[in-house]
Design a protein around this ligand. Structure first.
Ligand code: ADP
Length: 449
């Protein structure tokens, strides 16, 4: 087993990984920017190394500096968390070449899944349904228009390298399509250094439902059921729950989606944690949209309903151990919900509102877990993701999980910083949410009313 793990990330996920390191008796190394020097994750770690100034390009994305710290600290493994360098195959190669184990999948599979257009083709070859769309990339506006004339509107333009809802635009007619192509190529280039785009049918009123998967280096693959992530704004998740009560409405749908996800893991020789993301039409047709080759923000709800520590699984699998359990031993219990607490203003287009937290106190109680990256008098800066905490509630039933969440949100004190707690409280009491009648456009529509 590893002796020392460097966590190339910050905030709540760095703390989350450190927690499991402590449990397993593994030393932890934090790396941090000047803005984070007093952050809780730095205090939690056994050792800390300064990366540089606050902008991510000068700190958390500075590969050479992280490699130097790997050497200096003597860490024998690196956990990338999510975002930042977690899906960067070039970085994984550098870490491996330095003789350090990367806790995640191989760079080969990361490359395969990192290009969303190539991932679509791969999914098709594994007999996993994808959203109908262009086979491979679309060269330019004219090619897009020619494709759409046969295919029909509405159509979604997507940057192949896209992520986090960036580089995606819906077009309902030719003029809009031309604009969307230029815009997505530009966004792909500026945010990910790759202007490649492709086209997909825009599925109306879909649900976003994903399957947590794991593979080990012995060739075993399992799923840990689904997470429903349809409460979104700007194509990004804010509330997740498991199980999805929508899936209960269709016979076998859950089983078929889980089986498709496991097929993808097996056929790609996937190792470590991954998430296979699908959108599901109101009629219950499901389509692969992408695979995330890392731990997800919302992994905690799967931990609460299955009882496993997924970070521990990641570490053990990276160390060469087989999956600790078989598919049959993965039992699902109760219901779990996650509310992501962002410093953003739900009343004003969910705009991020960084600032300084005054008084701060987290809720506690039966079935409540809080994973956070902040503390009292902490300054949340604009350089990083505006998510400051996750509240996770678990109950025997969905109603109990919702009740517990409402209790926890009421007990959460975050003074001096605009945040979205009131939005969560509103959503959790909306009739549509209570009845499970929501899709990926539902939250934004609620706030336009
Ligand atoms: P990203 O990598 O940027 O997160 P995804 O491909 O995972 O992008 O899609 C993010 C969200 O965008 C989905 O959860 C869904 O709300 C919406 N979306 C993606 N593809 C489609 C589609 N073909 N039709 C309708 N909505 C889609």
């Amino acid at each position: 087993m590893f002796k020392k793990i460097l966590i190339a990330n910050r905030g709540e996920i760095a703390r989350r990984v450190i927690r499991t390191c402590k449990k397993m008796g593994i030393a932890s190394v934090a790396v941090y920017s000047e803005a984070d020097k007093d952050a809780p994750f730095v205090r939690d770690a056994d050792e800390g190394f300064l990366l540089g100034p606050p902008p991510v390009g000068e700190s958390y994305l500075k590969q050479d500096r992280i490699l130097d710290i790997l050497k200096e600290s003597g860490a024998d493994a690196l956990h990338p968390g999510y975002g930042l360098l977690s899906e960067n195959a070039e970085f994984v190669n550098k870490v491996t070449n330095a003789g350090v184990t990367f806790i995640g999948p191989t760079p080969e599979v990361m490359n395969k899944m990192g290009d969303k257009s190539a991932a679509r083709s791969f999914a098709l070859s594994a007999d996993v349904p994808v959203v109908p769309g262009s086979e491979g990339e679309i060269a330019d506006e004219d090619a897009a228009v020619a494709f759409a004339e046969n295919f029909g509107y509405p159509i979604l333009v997507k940057a192949a390298a896209g992520g986090g809802g960036i580089g995606m635009k819906v077009a309902t007619k030719e003029k809009k399509l031309r604009k969307a192509v230029t815009e997505c190529q530009r966004r792909g280039q500026s945010a990910f250094g790759d202007p490649t785009i492709y086209l997909e049918r825009y599925v109306e009123n879909p649900r976003h439902i994903e399957i947590q998967v794991f593979g080990d280096s012995q060739g075993n693959a399992v799923h840990l059921f689904e997470r429903e992530c349809s409460v979104q704004r700007r194509h990004q998740k804010v509330i997740e729950e498991t199980p999805s009560i929508f899936l209960n409405r269709f016979e076998d749908l859950r089983e078929r989606m889980c089986a498709a996800a496991v097929r993808l893991v097996k056929q790609s020789n996937y190792t470590n944690a991954g998430t296979v993301e699908f959108i599901v039409s109101p009629e219950g047709e499901f389509y692969f949209i992408e695979m995330n080759t890392r731990l997800q923000v919302e992994h905690a709800i799967s931990e609460e309903t299955t009882g496993f520590d997924l970070v521990e699984w990641q570490i053990r699998i990276a160390a060469g151990e087989p999956l600790p359990v078989s598919q049959e031993e993965i039992q699902f219990k109760g219901h779990a919900i996650e509310c992501r607490i962002y410093c953003e203003d739900p009343e004003h287009h969910f705009f991020p509102k960084p600032g300084t937290i005054g008084a701060y106190s987290e809720p506690q109680g039966e079935g409540i877990r809080v994973d956070s990256g902040v503390r009292e008098n902490f300054e949340v800066v604009s350089y990083y993701d505006p998510m400051i905490a996750k509240v996770i509630s678990q109950g025997d039933t969905r109603d109990q999980a919702i009740d517990r969440m409402l209790g926890a949100l009421a007990d959460f004190t975050i003074e001096g910083l605009t945040n979205n707690i009131s939005m969560h409280q509103r959503v959790l009491q909306e009739e549509d949410f209570l009845n499970g009648n929501y899709d990926t456009g539902w939250l934004e529509a609620l706030y336009k009313k």
